[in-house]
Design a protein around this ligand. Structure first.
Ligand SMILES: Cc1cc2nc3c(=O)[nH]c(=O)nc-3n(C[C@H](O)[C@H](O)[C@H](O)COP(=O)(O)OP(=O)(O)OC[C@H]3O[C@@H](n4cnc5c(N)ncnc54)[C@H](O)[C@@H]3O)c2cc1C
Length: 378
């Protein structure tokens, strides 16, 4: 493969790689080659419109853009207009729907009460005091100490068991600071300044981001197959898994992966909202995504079909797609070793969720890539 005259090679066309390529091309004015092993750009944020129904499918699960970072918002809006979708999540417990994250409506519906905002804190303290948790030694105790056992059991325990395949009593108390609980009827899932879904889909955003003369995207190319053909002086921005880069010499980092069961159903609306969570362990699904709800601006009145993804989670094997880093102590130790080796390489920059082994939202990786390539100077 020809890399003649190319100073920069970006590995991976997700948000970190695509923003980096755009900045190198338009800010530095340099030529850049993007290598992507999949047959599409966009990484895990990729989406496309189903031709029969005009429903936008988020291939790797629901992606809602949200940020309070003005720089990131202004930047991403250069590549496409966002709609006014506002995310809300319903969770089903014992066959009944509740709103998430836990808020006054959830609490009142669950306990059959009509608490006022100023009464919630004392009420939850009373619930948690029943359990007498002083110094929580695990996640279960930490959450029970905050909201009491009944809410924890209904909305946290089963979901966490399914998401992490680990009993919360075996998870450290410190993995979350505090469970987000709202003492009002605000049922919006996010509380950022800006939120939405690209009107023409994420695919369109990525195409616009990479459609510049100085950028050449090579799809279906695994970096490791062509690595030896890249001249030594080339700067490589690597957004693939960091352990793979070093051929797993300190061992594999542990990931959770997701499986999606797709269904096309004869309903104009199957579940009434984009995402429904299943809180109880008896239901094997974690959540169901119904994509037509992401575009309130599209007229679907002639469409009596809907597309849903039912999501389950499990530990990733080597060939599975990595979704969420598990981050056990042994992973942290391995990561430190990989990071030390990475720092010794002069011409390779590691970035993005796989390159850093870290969960990032889209706006985080965009912000990090912009920072690295001096957005604002060109
Ligand atoms: C289920 C789920 C839901 C999410 N929902 C949201 C959401 O609602 N809102 C939000 O802001 N964020 C969300 N995220 C986070 C979002 O997916 C990430 O922030 C984003 O994907 C990070 O982009 P990235 O470029 O770092 O990585 P990726 O998108 O994973 O891109 C990395 C790319 O590198 C390529 N690659 C890897 N190795 C090689 C190789 N050897 N050669 C060539 N190419 C290679 C991969 O194929 C991939 O395309 C969600 C994440 C998950 C798991």
């Amino acid at each position: 493969m020809d890399f003649n005259g190319i100073k920069f090679v970006v590995v991976g066309a997700g948000f970190y790689g695509s923003v980096t390529a755009e900045r190198i091309a338009n800010n530095l004015g340099e030529k850049v080659v993007v290598l992507e092993k999949r047959d599409h750009i966009g990484g895990n944020s990729w989406s496309f419109f189903d031709q029969k129904t005009n429903i936008e499918i988020h291939k790797y699960g629901s992606h809602i853009f949200h940020t309070s970072n003005r720089e990131v918002w202004d930047y991403i809006n250069r590549f496409g207009k966002f709609n006014e979708y506002r995310h809300q999540v319903i969770t089903i417990h014992n066959g009944k729907p509740y709103t998430m994250p836990i808020n006054l409506l959830t609490i009142n519906n669950f306990y059959g009460k009509n608490l006022k905002p100023w009464e919630v804190e004392a009420f939850l303290q009373g619930e948690s005091a029943k359990e007498k948790v002083k110094n929580p030694s695990n996640l279960e105790e930490a959450i029970v100490g905050q909201i009491g056992y009944p809410l924890y059991k209904a909305f946290v325990r089963g979901y966490t068991m399914k998401q992490w395949q680990t009993d919360p009593v075996r998870l450290p108390a410190g993995i979350i600071q505090r469970l987000p609980v709202r003492y009002n009827y605000n049922t919006s899932y996010f509380s950022d300044l800006w939120e939405g879904i690209p009107e023409k889909g994420y695919g369109d955003i990525f195409r616009n981001m990479l459609d510049f003369e100085n950028i050449e995207v090579r799809l279906g190319v695994d970096f490791f197959q062509v690595k030896d053909q890249i001249p030594d002086e080339t700067c490589i921005i690597y957004t693939g898994p960091v352990d793979r880069f070093f051929n797993y010499k300190y061992g594999e980092l542990c990931w959770r992966t997701l499986d999606f069961k797709e269904e096309v159903l004869d309903y104009s609306d199957y579940q009434g909202t984009a995402v429904v969570n299943y809180a109880d362990e008896e239901n094997p699904y974690i959540r169901t995504h119904e994509f037509r709800h992401y575009h309130p601006e599209i007229d679907y009145s002639g469409c009596d079909k809907t597309i849903v993804f039912h999501e389950t989670s499990r530990f990733a094997k080597k060939d599975d797609l990595p979704y969420y880093p598990v981050g056990r102590d042994e992973d942290k130790k391995k990561l430190e070793k990989y990071q030390a080796d990475a720092e010794k390489l002069n011409n390779v920059i590691f970035g993005g969720r796989l390159g850093e082994y870290r969960y990032y939202d889209m706006h985080h990786v965009i912000g990090l890539a912009l920072k690295r390539w001096n957005y604002g100077t060109g």
